[in-house]
Ligand binder design. Structure first.
Ligand code: SF4
Length: 219
């Protein structure tokens, strides 16, 4: 499933293909263009292959071409949606050029489109350079999963292929992104993180000059 809305229900029922989503005005529309990710988080369903392939967000037929994604969008009016969100079952910045191309094309028709990137914040390590200038004029919000209050715990949870330097790279990505994106947010999940660690994450966000959003825990 490439373009979808969320229902608020748990599991696969939580995602609804845009074709089955009815009136999309006022809704967030999510775009899922890759299965690839530099991490293999201990809490991610991708870690069980069976579950991954069973998940409606797993792109069984491989990554869609940009033209295919735009063709799917061409059937819908994005004029009244709340936000277009790049996220899904992989890390969107693995296809940074392609998602930028999708946004550029859509903004020709919808110049006021609000766009958010949900990311693990490792794009500069993935690409081996500072890619944050690509975010300018394309994204209104970049939401980065902080996951942990320090580098060791981050690595233990995400098992990033970039190792221990991942955490500092994430924080640097947040700082650099601020120059190009109006709203840069770090996120953690309530309940999975004790309050004192959330406080530490809040201090990190303050130091970086971004906000911290404590996301609701979903079973
Ligand atoms: S960063 Fe996201 S998609 Fe990648 S393994 Fe972690 S939870 Fe899954």
């Amino acid at each position: 499933m490439v373009i979808y809305t969320v229902t608020g229900k748990a599991g696969n029922e939580g995602y609804l293909d845009i074709a089955k989503s009815g009136d999309i005005s006022g809704k967030n529309i999510y775009v899922n263009m890759t299965n690839r990710c530099p991490c293999s988080c201990v809490f991610c369903l991708r870690q069980t292959k069976e579950m991954s392939e069973d998940n409606t967000l797993w792109l069984r037929e491989g990554e869609p071409e940009v033209a295919d994604v735009l063709e799917q969008f061409s059937h819908y009016d994005l004029g009244g949606i709340r936000e277009l969100v790049f996220c899904g079952f992989g890390e969107p910045t693995e296809r940074l050029d392609d998602i930028c191309e999708v946004i550029d094309e859509l903004k020709k028709t919808y110049p006021a489109l609000k766009v958010r990137l949900n990311t693990v914040g490792l794009a500069n390590l993935i690409w081996g350079r500072d890619v944050t200038p690509c975010l300018a004029g394309r994204f209104d919000t970049v939401s980065i999963s902080l996951n942990a209050p320090d580098a060791e715990e981050f690595l233990a949870l995400t098992r990033s292929r970039f190792g221990l330097p991942s955490y500092d790279a994430l924080k640097e990505f947040a700082i650099l992104a601020k120059a190009y994106v109006p709203n840069v947010v770090l996120t953690v999940v309530e309940k999975v993180m004790p309050e004192e660690k959330i406080e530490k994450c809040r201090r990190i966000a303050d130091e970086l000059g971004v906000s911290l959003r404590v996301r609701e825990f979903e079973e």
